[in-house]
Design a protein around this ligand. Structure first.
Ligand code: C5P
Length: 214
């Protein structure tokens, strides 16, 4: 791991707006982006496509080994709550998480990285320069998810998000929780741009030399 390369981590529950905000912050700072949920979703797609069981660590690890990370995939399906649920199931397996540690750390290249997920600040980049834990009301998260990926009813979407958050919080390995040194941001009622600006401001406050005010 290149400790000199600054990392900003954005963790939090499903559909809290982490992905959109992470993209904006990375764009503003000229940093690289890691959407770690994509890796778990891609692993779920590969497992399902091979007819294997998302709850079986050996099957999932074998499916991950066969993934061509450069190949495209069905984005609509990848982002569905069904694939999210399968991703959450295999993400609870320690051997599966171990398999993805190095893949994620390889994203840390100059001039910097913005990484979003569940355990970016707690496990993958514990020495991150700035750690954000992003939350939002469940109802607002469900509305955002439905706007992006229509297909479920509101009640179904609420139930799916609630179930996935509980599974992610309750698992013994790398559970969803704020790092001790994380700043909590509530994005309820805020647009992604203002949340991203707040994060860039926090970077400037922490290190005015590196993050110059234009
Ligand atoms: O963020 P996204 O909703 O795409 O993630 C899908 C699932 O992948 C999550 O519900 C979680 O179980 C798992 N995940 C994880 N650790 C990460 C990112 C995602 O366990 N760093």
């Amino acid at each position: 791991m290149d400790e000199d390369v600054p990392v900003i981590t954005i963790d939090g529950p499903a559909a809290a707006g982490k992905g959109t905000v992470a993209r904006l912050v990375a764009g503003q700072l000229g940093f690289r982006l890691l959407d770690s949920g994509f890796l778990y979703r891609r692993a779920a797609l590969a497992t399902i496509a091979g007819g294997a069981d998302s709850g079986n660590a050996d099957d999932v690890v074998a499916a991950i080994a066969a993934i061509d990370w450069d190949a495209g995939c069905d984005e609509q399906r990848l982002r569905s709550e069904a694939v999210g649920a399968a991703a959450s199931q295999l993400a609870a397996l320690a051997p599966v998480r171990r398999e993805l540690v190095a893949v994620q750390r390889r994203f840390r290249t100059a001039p910097g990285l913005v990484a979003d997920g569940r355990d970016m600040g707690t496990v993958i980049f514990p020495d991150a320069f700035l750690k954000i834990f992003m939350v939002a009301d469940l109802a607002e998260r469900a509305r955002r998810r439905l706007r992006q990926y229509p297909g479920l009813g509101m009640d179904e979407c609420l139930a799916a998000l609630r179930e996935r958050d509980e599974a992610d919080r309750g698992r013994p390995v790398a559970p969803l929780r704020p790092a001790e040194d994380a700043v909590q941001l509530d994005s309820t009622g805020l647009d992604a741009q203002s949340v991203a600006e707040r994060i860039v401001d926090l970077c400037r406050q922490a290190d005015p030399g590196r993050f110059k005010v234009e």
